[in-house]
Design a protein around this ligand. Sequence first.
Ligand SMILES: *Cc1c(COP(=O)(O)O)cnc(C)c1O
Length: 415
Amino acid sequence: MSLSYGRDHVAIPGPSVIPDRVLRAMHRPAPNIYEGDLIDLSDTIYRDLPRLAGTEGNAVIYIGNGHAAWEAAIANMFAPGDTALVLSTGRFALGWAEMARRLGVEIETLDFGFRAAFDPAKVSAHLSADKAHKIRAILTVQTDTASSAMNDLAALRRAIDAADHPALLMVDSIASFACEPMEMDKWGVDVLVAGCQKGLMTPPGIAFNFVGPRAWAERRPCASTYWDWASRIEPEWHYQRFCGTSPTHHLYGLREALDMIDEEGLPNTLLRHERLARAVWVAVESWGQAGGIELNIAAPAERSRAVTTLRSDPGDAAKLRAWCEETTGLVLGLGLPAPNVPRGSLFRIGHMGHLNAPMLLGALATIEAGLGSLGIPHAPGGAQAALQTLSTAPAEDLRIAETREKMSGARAATV
Ligand SMILES: *Cc1c(COP(=O)(O)O)cnc(C)c1O
């Protein structure tokens, strides 16, 4: 007998749960790629995406995963011999930097460890020492998916400006896009990288660059026809939007996902992520009262709203993941290798995208059952504590109800 039969639940930090609506939108025959609906549909996606990034700039869409969008951003912003300053708060900025290094970019690194966000004051000091303005751009992440640290990008931009340094700011928001606020223009983010399979609820396969006005003006000549922003942003004909055949079915899926976010209202989407994340923190803090398990990021202001990394005694995280999957069908995120952390002592809960309270509470209660079954030290009651935080509705939630009402009013009017 196993309790794992039923609908699978992946609580990993991407790919995230795919809504039935998105799956249905993709379930169709091959479309005409030269004219008609698909062309109009991809134009609406190009039009609508920048709003999610908080920019008046342009979106560029690539067929590829997040790593492809990393490479695209490097290929357009750097020439060999340029220098980038990398701010590491886990693993992902380092991965992006390694890719840049292999493309000929000189890398300077400020490493803030695995358990905290970056410190803007240290960045400011480093930039002030760069009198010759050798550093062309900063590479960093909004949420580091390995550590679950979330960085304050507005504070970073203030730190760059305080050092009176012209560095461009390039940010990977693959984990956090449509989960955490993003205000590219307001915060002075010049290039933003995102993907479709996390907050955007679409199967992995397309990824994005967002290009602010300064990045557009100061881009390098792109050696690669494929990655070049220019022909994709200003195509002579649609075929150039994707430098070849468009990702036909992905576009239908993504359009549906964007419509879902529109219907919920982006501020409500962000608020939902905020509340679900807080429920996770409350659960883990409650379990941790007996030791044995804790949040990787101690400071609430530095925690991601899309993913949470947990630490256990060595081996316990691995045992718990195996128990949850084999016994109950809940898939938890693997802990990525981290410095000075023994194997099998980290795991991650993804809480991004198409996720509501019962899905999250189910995952938390299942984890608690696993902790109990395996005899991992913890204080029982974490899932109950999470439930309590979700049952007290703060004032902002009224906005969600209001939007729903408006939406259903609008629908009724069109029927
Ligand atoms: C998921 C993720 C990536 C990698 O995306 P892929 O689609 O797996 O290539 C890069 N950066 C961050 C912050 C991520 O969360």
